[in-house]
Design a protein around this ligand. Structure first.
Ligand SMILES: CC(C)(COP(=O)(O)OP(=O)(O)OC[C@H]1O[C@@H](n2cnc3c(N)ncnc32)[C@H](O)[C@@H]1O)[C@@H](O)C(=O)NCCC(=O)NCCS
Ligand SMILES: Nc1ncnc2c1ncn2[C@@H]1O[C@H](COP(=O)(O)OP(=O)(O)OP(=O)(O)O)[C@@H](O)[C@H]1O
Length: 203
């Protein structure tokens, strides 16, 4: 079994690559999805968030108030650390659980889609998630900012704050053995990942 991690800065194109791999039939563990599941109404983590950040962190329906929390944590590194320390261990625990399940069903390749891999690699190692290959998908900041404004309806300031809260391209590349450039056409980008996967599966 080969375990790969896909990472990349926000709006670099990581989900486009990971969705393609999922469409090819490879089991995918999506850490953004796990992070959303971890804060479902009634979950212990949502209760911790409410205790740490106050009542404004929940909507009237008792759900996580994502825009409110984003405004608060992406402008304050201390608050972001508090959120990360609540979320990351729980998200990895679930990621490992899913990985075990896919492994037991005989998966040949498992894809972990982890936006913040550079920031959390120690948690991954501690929990026993060792990656055979790490792929980072990258594009220059100005292109990513334009994508975030267009597809996520962010303001320029919000896009810049989110990027500033993340590792740099150089840091992500330092833990990766493959860098995919998402300024090339999507078709070429997907052909590139397919070529790597084929090589790894037949090595
Ligand atoms: C702060 C929250 C509520 C904002 O929600 P929002 O809907 O705006 O963003 P969403 O969750 O869809 O994430 C979009 C992208 O933002 C970036 N991002 C998310 N969390 C973080 C973080 N803690 N630090 C830096 N960047 C982050 C990632 O690139 C991610 O792909 C949310 O991002 C959150 O709960 N973050 C903490 C969970 C986390 O760390 N997830 C990543 C797991 S590796
Ligand atoms: N090679 C490409 N050429 C042009 N646009 C692209 C390319 N790759 C991705 N995109 C577009 O960029 C936007 C962001 O891509 P995607 O959602 O895959 O990024 P991401 O890194 O997963 O972002 P996030 O961290 O927000 O989840 C999407 O609108 C996507 O269609």
């Amino acid at each position: 079994m080969i375990r790969i991690a896909l990472t990349g800065g926000i709006a670099a194109g990581k989900s486009t690559v990971s969705k393609h791999l999922a469409d090819c039939g490879y089991p995918r563990v999506d850490y953004d999805v796990l992070a959303r599941e971890a804060v479902k109404p009634g979950s212990p983590i949502l209760q911790h968030i409410q205790a740490e950040f106050g009542p404004s962190s929940l909507t009237q329906n008792g759900e996580l108030n994502r825009p409110w929390l984003a405004r608060n944590v992406f402008s304050d590194t201390n608050k972001l650390s508090v959120l990360n320390s609540l979320m990351h261990p729980a998200v990895y625990k679930q990621g490992k659980w899913l990985d075990d399940r896919y492994r037991k069903t005989g998966a040949k390749l498992i894809v972990h889609d982890i936006p913040l891999l550079y920031e959390t690699i120690e948690i991954a190692n501690q929990i026993g998630l060792v990656f055979d290959h790490i792929v980072t998908v990258e594009a220059p900041e100005n292109i990513r900012i334009a994508r975030m404004i267009r597809t996520r309806s962010m303001t320029l300031a919000q896009a810049q704050a989110r990027i500033a809260s993340q590792s740099s391209q150089a840091q992500r590349e330092s833990i990766s053995d493959v860098v995919i450039d998402s300024t090339q056409p999507v078709e070429n980008m997907l052909h590139e990942i397919d070529t790597y996967i084929k090589r790894w599966l037949t090595a």
